[in-house]
Design a protein around this ligand. Structure first.
Ligand code: GDP
Ligand code: MG
Length: 447
């Protein structure tokens, strides 16, 4: 995610962090690099200008240049300003005080509205709500079928009409239907706009009047960058949105949309989505996102994801086994299966502190992929129970047998065993208190 930006910024930071003295000239040089990095990431030029000016002003004002660790201080200021640019505080999704919570999703064609509607329904369902999905999009062929299939896959009711009618009328009937089935979270999907012409603007405004949404979410497609941000502003001017969702913040997006949209629209980003799977919906936390952009990792989100995938109880049991040195290759296998549930590994890797620097070191070809996990799984599955519990017994002939059984090479088996030994060492260190983040990670995992 936002790899190029992160790489550039962490490069600048490394140089800043290691320089003993920073004068105004060095500061401006570093800020020039920051500026270029942001512009290359397609951040809105006004946002970039303000950003750099704010960092500069603060750096000069706080007299960091004469401090003992000026580089670190400047980095800290950049981080603070980035968090402010992203909106400072996490803005949670509003829930209606009385009556059902109603969410209306608007945005350009293909930006991910329908998928988002499904994601929100799934989220509400998992929180114990009774959601209803509503389609008001007649323009695209099969738009309502798409929503129906989505709804079916998550076992949520859906309201669609076969005969084309004005969106506002459909919504009126959908709300009545919602009352009869006692739905308390209603998510209204809408037709996409390439441009917000009068016809679409009027139809959406009429729809919003009927729905009277608790949240009117404007979807911004990160892949289309600044264009999407400009359109979001137009949507907001006409419909008065309550929040933004930036979609497709996957590994190959440059990031400009996420970084600009708050400043340009004044609306908080409530979620980002990072993949096609319905589960790839993340609450947006400006501070955590800033850390990720700056290559400082996002351990909090990582641990939350791990807890979701593993389940709190299992996490505690695994942690106990790690601590007591009982963790064996069978546990390792279980962990790899859990890891796969957490989604694409490259995304997870980005949340680790220092990921940017590691990637830079390994070069552009770095890829933690499913293939690697599948191979490791095959190797462990070819072992006997005794070998999984006590890898020390694995000698040359056993290694050859395991390689044959898993369709790999003995050197692959060796590599896996070495990695396991390394992982075990790391666990011991974490359980024993080493490492800068270990204490925090332990607390979050409830150890
Ligand atoms: P709509 O026209 O706004 O309703 O957009 P859709 O929900 O139909 O999505 C359009 C396409 O974008 C679909 O192929 C989705 O799978 C894809 N999509 C949606 N969100 C994401 C995302 O976060 N990442 C990626 N890579 N694709 C997404
Ligand atoms: Mg759609």
């Amino acid at each position: 995610m936002l790899d190029a930006l992160t790489e550039r910024l962490s490069g600048t930071f490394r140089r800043l962090g290691s320089s003993g003295r920073i004068g105004e000239k060095e500061l401006d040089e570093a800020l020039r690099e920051v500026r270029i990095a942001l512009l290359e990431a397609d951040v809105n030029f006004k946002v970039v200008r303000d950003f750099v000016a704010r960092v500069r002003e603060r750096a000069l004002g706080q007299e960091v240049l004469s401090s003992i660790t000026p580089g670190q201080q400047v980095i800290g200021i950049v981080q603070d300003v980035l968090v402010e640019t992203l909106g400072k505080e996490h803005a949670p999704l509003e829930r209606a005080k009385g009556g059902p919570t109603k969410i209306m999703v608007v945005g350009s064609k293909g930006s991910g509205k329908t998928t988002l509607a499904g994601r929100l329904a799934l989220k509400f369902k998992s929180e114990g709500f009774r959601p209803l999905l509503v389609s008001t999009d007649f323009e695209r062929v099969a738009a309502s079928e798409q929503l129906q299939i989505l709804a079916q896959s998550i076992d949520v009711p859906v309201y669609v009409e076969e005969v084309e009618a004005p969106a506002a009328d459909v919504a009126r009937r959908a709300l009545a239907h919602a009352a009869t089935i006692n739905a308390n979270a209603i998510i209204v999907d809408t037709v996409g706009a390439v441009m917000l012409d009068d016809e679409i603007a009027d139809a959406l405004a009429a729809l919003a009047d009927v729905v009277d949404p608790t949240e009117l979410l404007i979807v911004v497609d990160a892949m289309t960058g600044q264009e999407a941000v400009t359109l979001a502003k137009e949507f907001h001017d006409v419909l008065e949105g309550s929040g933004i969702v930036v979609t497709k913040v996957d590994s190959d997006t440059r990031g400009g949309a996420v970084l600009s949209v708050r400043e340009v629209t004044g609306l908080p980003v409530k979620f980002i989505t990072t993949g096609e799977r319905l589960e790839a919906l993340e609450e947006f936390h400006p501070d955590r996102f800033a850390s990720r952009v700056l290559g400082m990792g996002d351990v909090v989100t990582l641990v939350e994801k791990a807890k979701q995938a593993i389940g709190e109880r299992d996490a505690k049991e695994v942690a106990r086994r790690m601590r007591t040195g009982q963790f064996d290759l069978e546990d390792f296998l279980g962990q790899m299966e859990q890891l796969k549930k957490m989604g694409p590994l490259s995304g997870i890797f980005d949340m680790l502190p220092g990921a940017g620097a590691i990637k830079a070191q390994l070069g552009g070809g770095f890829d933690m992929n499913e293939k690697f996990i599948n191979q490791s799984e095959a190797i462990i599955r070819s072992m006997t129970v005794e070998e999984r519990r006590h890898p020390d017994v694995i000698n040359g002939s056993r290694r050859r047998r395991i390689a044959r059984g898993s369709g790999t090479h003995p050197s692959d088996v060796n590599r896996l065993l070495n990695q396991f030994a390394e992982a075990r060492k790391l666990m011991k260190a974490m359980a024993g208190g080493g490492g800068k983040n270990a204490g925090g990670i332990r607390r979050m995992l409830g150890l």
